[in-house]
Ligand binder design. Structure first.
Ligand code: FAD
Length: 553
């Protein structure tokens, strides 16, 4: 008898699992059950469809049902909701939403890729017209219809994460006045606050109103299409369109009722082959909990890349190949109004949450390509690494250009258990318009290695204000005049060697410059002359981001 592989959910994880399974087993019967009316579509493109950047809704479909049949001999059953799993009989129960009938199908292998559900908390007024979540093509069409048929001039977006920011940009593009309400004190909760700070500034510069550290408590209809959004602080704002982008929860209800093991976050627990607690059932994508690559803790990270790769791993496992999922690094990127923020691996926040203290941090502000070549742009870069051996733990960057390339390179190094010494030695593309002879990746490794080799001792800007040291600014006087850290003394680097007599040998000296480079040179001078010196990582530019993020007073 033919092996029958059933797949629940036909988008990122499910579709890639089905196609891979066919490539490995030409004889298997493969059926995808999809509750919605679209298979294999690009959720990630939805904000851009709403903004009109992707003008054609059809281009969001990656592979339609007919192509699945023609190309892969895979049957897709749309509007077919799997309502139960009978594990004793290896059968699923399907509700055909069109025909309105229930039927059962036997499986040899069952793969669950049911995704996640956007959070829609039971707040007063949450079901009023004009309040939307965004997950599917029909969701996006409902928003577009509302925009086109009502007099929509303003929007409130609850949630300042990736989807919230993408929606803010796309709605602003349509001429709306946009307010983002975010419960945390920063936008982009996955990154550290000082990396989010430039994004916040850019949003404000482009007219987006930011309400941070406040949460939505309810909604009230006012006149016409207007809805009042009530906030925890007692404040309120009003808009014609509300988007709830406050996160998702794993869609694990089917797995829960089938008695499969779930984790603390409600995701389906799987092993490295994406196999659930039932040996005939696999699960992938936003619905699962997997190990964090850096901390080793169980986690659930709803991203398309991992869902696709896990789909392949599950197909391999179902077809008898020994592939394994390596764990999730959380490599992610977000663009908003010409700025890009990206991360891979652990952040300082996530290390602290995991109780990991054996780490060092460096900040730097390299340029995406040679400074002398036109249009060079500075990015803000943060690298976290293990003190013990220099193992890379994570990296984050924000800037106008070149952020994606650097974070991708570091993501790969991290996955290969690389160290900062590997980053120093990385041999990357260079011509003036593409990079620098010392690429930002090399520089990050070099700055980090300087710390571990003891050539410089860095301190975080958050420690500013502790007494008992001299604060020395080694920038040029005009830079100092334009803005400096309160209490700092200015001795420009070119004068330092002549003015050593002005420095105390008893007191520790803490240095900074613009971005860290001149302070490092000054540190080397002073250390070799016997002074006790520490360096504020990333210089005045990082100080400004830390101040904007309220990490320093
Ligand atoms: P999904 O792709 O959601 O597919 C799950 C499918 O299962 C759904 O179609 C659902 O209808 C179906 N289903 C659920 N239960 C049943 C059932 N019982 N029976 C039958 N069918 C069922 N990720 C990125 O990495 N980068 C991005 O830029 C990005 N942008 C995004 C933008 C938006 C607006 C959204 C919503 C998501 C974005 N994501 C992005 C996340 C990414 O889309 C998801 O991580 C990915 O789609 C998860 O794949 P999945 O297969 O687990 O779930």
């Amino acid at each position: 008898m033919k092996k029958r592989i059933l797949i629940v959910g036909g988008v990122a994880g499910g579709a890639s699992c089905a196609a891979r399974a066919r490539r490995l087993d030409e004889d298997a019967e493969i059926i995808i059950f999809e509750r919605g009316s679209h298979v294999s579509f690009a959720n990630c493109g939805l904000p851009y469809f709403i903004g009109g950047v992707i003008p054609n809704r059809e281009s969001l479909t990656v592979t339609d049902s007919a192509a699945f049949k023609d190309r892969f001999n895979i049957e897709v059953r749309l509007q077919s909701e799997v309502t139960a799993i009978d594990r004793a009989r290896n059968e699923i129960e399907v509700n055909s939403l069109l025909a309105g009938e229930l039927y059962r199908v036997r499986y040899d292998a069952l793969v669950l890729s049911p995704g996640a559900v956007p959070l829609r908390p039971a707040l007063p007024g949450v079901d009023l017209p004009g309040i939307f979540t965004l997950r599917t093509i029909p969701d996006s069409q409902r928003i577009v219809d509302w925009l086109e048929n009502k007099q929509v001039r303003s929007a409130v977006i609850a949630g300042g994460g990736f989807i919230g920011l993408e929606m803010a940009e796309n709605l602003a593009k349509r001429g709306l006045h946009v307010t983002i309400v975010e419960m945390m004190n920063q936008v982009l909760p996955p990154v550290d606050p000082e990396i989010a700070a430039p994004i916040e500034q850019r949003l404000r510069d482009r007219g987006i109103q930011l309400v941070l550290g406040d949460g939505v408590t309810g909604f009230k209809k006012t006149a016409g299409t207007r809805t009042q959004v009530m906030l925890k602080s007692g404040a309120a704002c009003e808009a014609d369109l509300i988007i709830l982008a406050i996160g998702v929860r794993p869609e694990s209800s089917l797995a829960r009722s089938a008695g499969l093991e779930l984790g603390e976050r409600g995701g389906i627990r799987v092993n490295e082959q994406m196999q659930t607690s039932d040996p005939n059932i696999w699960a992938v994508g936003d619905a699962v909990e997997v190990r964090d690559f850096v901390t080793g803790q169980w986690t659930s990270v709803p991203l398309a890349g991992p869902a696709n790769r896990q789909g392949r791993v599950a197909a391999d496992a179902v077809c008898g190949r020994p592939s394994t999922f390596r764990g999730i690094q959380g490599t992610a990127i977000c663009g908003a109004f010409g700025l890009t923020a990206a991360l891979t691996g652990a952040t300082e926040k996530s290390l602290k949450r995991a109780g990991i203290t054996d780490y060092e941090v460096v900040h730097l502000h390299p340029r995406q390509h040679a400074a002398y070549y036109p249009d060079s742009k500075q990015m803000q870069f943060k690298l976290l690494f293990r003190r013990q051996d220099g193992r890379i733990l994570g990296a984050q960057a924000v800037g106008e250009e070149g952020v994606d390339k650097r974070i991708d390179v570091i993501s790969m190094a991290l996955q290969k258990h690389g160290t900062i010494y590997d980053l120093e030695e990385a041999e990357l593309c260079y011509a003036p318009q593409f990079g620098a002879a010392k690429d930002p990746v090399n520089l990050a490794g070099m700055v980090a290695a300087n710390v571990l080799r003891g050539d410089v001792v860095t301190v975080p800007w958050a420690s500013l204000g502790h007494n008992g040291y001299m604060l020395l600014d080694v920038r040029q006087p005009d830079e100092f005049q334009a803005g400096h850290v309160p209490g700092a003394t200015n001795i420009p680097l070119p004068e330092l060697r002549k003015r050593l007599g002005e420095l105390s040998r008893e007191k520790e000296i803490r240095l900074y410059c613009g971005v860290g480079q001149r302070a490092y040179y000054a540190t080397r001078v002073l250390m070799q002359r016997g002074f006790r010196v520490k360096n504020f990582s990333g210089g005045f530019k990082t100080y400004q981001s830390c101040r904007a993020a309220r990490l320093v007073s």
